[in-house]
Ligand binder design. Sequence first.
Ligand code: IPM
Ligand code: MG
Length: 360
Amino acid sequence: MTQMIAMLAGDGIGPEIMTEAEKVLNTLKSDFGLDVELEHALVGGAAIDATGGPLPAETLELAKKSDAVLLGAVGGPKWEPLDISIRPEKGLLGLRSELNLFANLRPAILYPELANASTLKPEVVAGLDILIVRELTGGIYFGQPRGIRTNENGEQEGFNTLVYAESEIERIARIGFESAQKRDKRLCSVDKANVLEATEFWRNVIDRVAKDYPDVEVTHMYVDNAAMQLVRYPKQFDVMVTTNMFGDILSDLASQLTGSIGMLPSASLDENNKGMYEPSHGSAPDIAGQGIANPLATILSAAMMLRYSLNRADLADKVEAAVSKVLQDGLRTKDIAGDGGTEVTTVEMGDAVVKALLAG
Ligand code: IPM
Ligand code: MG
């Protein structure tokens, strides 16, 4: 049966990188028997400009009825003056929450060809393979109450709420443990249990759930130490599980270990493995329209989509192999050009992946 993919390009470099991912998907359709239909819709700033809001009802409806969502990126300076409740980012957060995409998987893998593209010494990052499991629909991103108000001294104050229900912690913990079981069987839970009750509770729930996974070695780390350990000796980590905000921060940090945030895909899944797939990077308005954005994170996100939501691990392997091939061939977009190789544009990189796919 034909599966439907919602294609949401968004803003900044979003449309450029999505065009390249679409080429790859169309090649899988024409030459590898992938039976999908691609439907486009607006999200983020592009949707604000066209409809007045970052997540139009049609887009949400399309995302809900699709088998998977592929998203480029949202946001940009143009929409920053808007009220926070209707900014482009709310489109993304609305999709995550409306689709119950509580489990965000952000793998940080160093391609051997890019060992010199990292700002860290090659021996620190060579062979790096970390999976960050970030809770995505709770915590301080969604906690109520929130806002900006006048306090009893007549002064303005901003406030947010960090809250986690036991069930929210337990379900992301299980994703963390199950992911670790498929890998090196080590799970590091990251919290700030020495200061924040919400994450002291997080730690207790992790310890309780751990009893169901005796084959996984579980450790706990405070987030400040985790940030330091990630740049000191990142290879000590296998799977890290953490809250929405800590995961946001640590996944950007981890991406730079791999040479460039332009390489990192992500999957956001619900209970049934329905998911939204997006590069871990943002809309990079500073380089939009210049043809220099790296489309590989989006192409690798499409590979994750094939694996987790479309049940085509065979094609995911092929796409990932094609990406490795172009890197081996020395093709580099500007962000990963540090170690020499041939600098190519966004479009040339997409074309090269398609070519490698067809040749492989
Ligand atoms: C991410 C992004 C988003 C987040 C923004 C764009 C809302 O930084 O996916 O990591 O904070 O989750
Ligand atoms: Mg982020």
